[in-house]
Write a protein that binds this ligand. Structure first.
Ligand code: PNS
Length: 157
């Protein structure tokens, strides 16, 4: 397997996301980070902002590419000759939802998914909790890349 896709909302990217993508970059020839546009979810960061934060946070990897998509994941994966979808798994709570998505992607696009366990140090980190803590004035500097911490501070000021 050569090409992996790491899909997500990344609103905003966390150290957990960066860890998973970085570990994929060491194991696959190339990695595509696919950012969903999900306008229905009214993300805090625009699509362009999320792409830019991801590019900035993953600049050390020259085999990582970035795309946005608004349709089916399996469609963008087929366009890019993706071999495998990689999803990070934190605790059991992630599993049911991720399993359902993996089985749906296999059904609609014959696309296989591999689950990669999140590093224990980031197991409690999620984009939603990071936003909640930041909104309520807590520090998230240890949980997200520097550029994201600054962007959150600016956005929530
Ligand atoms: O970071 P998230 O919000 O958990 O990422 C979810 C994402 C973007 C991976 C998922 O919503 C997705 O794949 N959306 C694309 C639409 C799609 O293909 N749906 C059908 C298969 S689940």
């Amino acid at each position: 397997m050569k090409i992996a896709v790491c899909p997500g909302s990344f609103d905003p990217p966390t150290n957990g996301h960066i860890d998973i993508i970085g570990r994929c970059a060491q194991r696959f020839e190339s990695v595509i980070v696919a950012v969903v546009s999900n306008p229905g979810k009214s993300p805090l960061f625009s699509l362009d902002e999320r792409l830019s934060l991801l590019r900035d946070s993953l600049s050390e990897h020259d085999n990582v590419d970035f795309v946005s998509f608004s349709g089916l994941l399996v469609e963008i994966a087929a366009e890019r000759d993706v071999d495998i979808v990689i999803k990070g798994l934190r605790a059991g709570a992630d599993f049911d939802y991720e399993l359902q998505m993996a089985q749906m992607n296999a059904h609609v696009g014959s696309m296989e998914t591999l689950f990669m366990p999140t590093s224990p140090r980031w197991g409690f980190v999620s984009s939603s909790l990071v936003k909640e803590v930041a909104r309520l004035g807590g520090s998230v500097v240890d949980l997200v890349p520097l550029a994201v911490a600054s962007a959150l501070e600016e956005k929530l000021a």
